[in-house]
Design a protein around this ligand. Sequence first.
Ligand SMILES: [Zn+2]
Ligand SMILES: [Zn+2]
Length: 73
Amino acid sequence: MHCLDCRTAGTNSPTVGVCQGCGAGVCAAHARITSRSVRRGSLIGTPGEAEARTVLCTVCAEAEAPAAAAPAL
Ligand SMILES: [Zn+2]
Ligand SMILES: [Zn+2]
């Protein structure tokens, strides 16, 4: 599979992940990886939180969180 954003720009880059928003393939340059806390645990166990990973393309990342879409400088 090739990166959709690169394909639109006229180049072909292999994907490193899949956007969880729109399902497009994203390359390393276009992937926006964010983390969120997920509660886990059972009624009898000790509740805790774990970090879950979310992969988004640039378009979905910008739509959901404009700050997260900006490239790190
Ligand atoms: Zn790309
Ligand atoms: Zn997307």
